[in-house]
Design a protein around this ligand. Structure first.
Ligand code: SF4
Length: 241
């Protein structure tokens, strides 16, 4: 697959395509990638609203497609319960978790290190163990300040393709899809959360930036855990710009 579209085009697609056209585009991206990578195509499922949309979309392409979930000791009870329900329903979804000891309250003193140990390392393990050639994510370019610079098809780690099939969807379209297909979601959304992560680092926020409730009060506020920005294999090359 080639990195097909320049960034300016991505922005124009966000407003230029309607809901149905976006769904078709996402399905085509997944279908093409599945044709190319077969069982090497694996979904990274964070159990958030965007991931469950992507999971539903890939299942429309093939029931065979596998997934992985990276969980941590700090996930809220509701998320753990939702995860267990999802895995019971889809045994082809594998859970990865790092239980190594870390300093107390590392999420306050050094959240980047905490995320690196608890989230990025198990993601690397998943990529390796599941022999992933193309990983599929629920990343969207309208989620916040750190998500504007991605493409639908990327290769930041050489030899590991990353597919972001709902990159151009906005928040409303995600909820529209979930409602129209009656897809179950994490019950935390009922409480007003808009972006979900570990319990100590996730808050309810009405900020226009959808991810503003993440890592409030730290240098990482509204930012990233690192799975989209850190190397996942030994063949990572930093993108230019
Ligand atoms: S989100 Fe918070 S608790 Fe979870 S791994 Fe990152 S810093 Fe640690």
């Amino acid at each position: 697959m080639s990195e097909s579209i320049v960034k300016e085009d991505i922005k124009s697609l966000v407003d230029g395509l309607n809901f149905a056209e976006k769904v078709d585009r996402s399905l085509t991206l997944i279908r093409d990638a599945y044709e190319e990578y077969g069982e090497g195509l694996v979904v990274a499922n964070s159990l958030g609203k965007d991931s469950v949309v992507v999971w539903h979309l890939v299942k429309r392409v093939s029931e065979e497609i596998r997934g992985f979930i990276v969980t941590t000791r700090f996930k809220p009870t509701e998320t753990v319960k939702f995860m267990n329900e999802e895995v019971a329903r889809y045994p082809e979804m594998k859970i990865f978790r790092n239980d190594q000891e870390i300093p107390d309250r590392l999420y306050e003193t050094d959240p980047d290190r905490c995320c690196d140990i608890l989230k990025v390392q198990p993601t690397r393990q998943a990529v390796k163990e599941m022999n992933v050639k193309c990983w599929v994510t629920g990343l969207r370019c309208t989620e916040g300040r750190t998500r504007t610079d991605f493409g639908e098809i990327e290769e930041r780690d050489k030899g590991l393709i990353k597919l972001n099939p709902i990159l151009i969807w906005n928040e409303r379209e995600v909820w529209q899809y979930l409602a129209l297909h009656s897809v179950p979601v994490n019950p935390l959304y009922l409480q007003g959360y808009r972006s979900l992560g570990c319990e100590p680092c996730t808050h309810i926020s009405n900020d226009p930036n959808e991810r503003a409730g993440r890592w409030i009060g730290t240098s990482k506020c509204g930012g990233e855990c690192g799975i989209h920005t850190r190397p996942l294999t030994e063949n990572y090359s930093q993108p230019e710009g």
